[in-house]
Design a protein around this ligand. Sequence first.
Ligand code: PGA
Length: 251
Amino acid sequence: MTRQKIVAGNWKMNNDLSETEALLGDLKNQVIPENVTVMVAPAFTNLYSAFDSVREDAIEVVAQNMHQASNGAFTGEVSAAMLLSVGVKTVILGHSERRQYFNEGSKILSEKVNAALENNMTVIFCFGEGLEDRKSENHFEIVKQQLAGGLFHISEENWSSIVLAYEPVWAIGTGETASPEQAQEMHGYIRTLISENYNNTIAERVSILYGGSVKPGNAKEIFGKKDVDGGLIGGAALKCEDFMAIVNAFE
Ligand code: PGA
């Protein structure tokens, strides 16, 4: 089974309009390998300009978050329809920073997932355990709860619109990565969970990205593991050279 290989740059709250234009200008000059789907997630304010700038290129512009309601009195929020109207068809949901700083738990995330799917968007669903959970060997249980709570209510058909991103919180922005073996172990476990809750075909088809301090120096080893289909990249996505080295890190 060949799964979609994906490298997605999560720019977080970095890059204003001119920086966004400059980085995308650099990325557009690079050769994107045909077998890799490349995505970038700029801030909301720069989504349209980013979409417009790469509309002819093999770079997809995605959002970092969205609200679950279709419209209404939710000051400061952005809906699925608004994202679609500026060309954005994919949204990252459940990033650990959203969970941690904005109190997004399973209930809200399941509603956001539903809103995205109802609008025919693709979801990059993030999850992963914290350091204490890893130390107390509770990491499998946490991942199971996060998947069950936020995602396992969707229909079989909707799995074709899902990309998973396993991001152990202790590895995000810390310079500490999960070892390739730890990533493989968890990704294998995630496929088992999907197989148990749905079926083996879905489990084998879904792309599972690893995220957490992926750098040019470690990407090849991590992407070389059989159940790792790419990465969600934070810090290293802000430099064209580093990001492209990661895009090119598949065997
Ligand atoms: P990092 O972030 O690569 O800077 O660790 C990854 C992420 O938060 O998606």
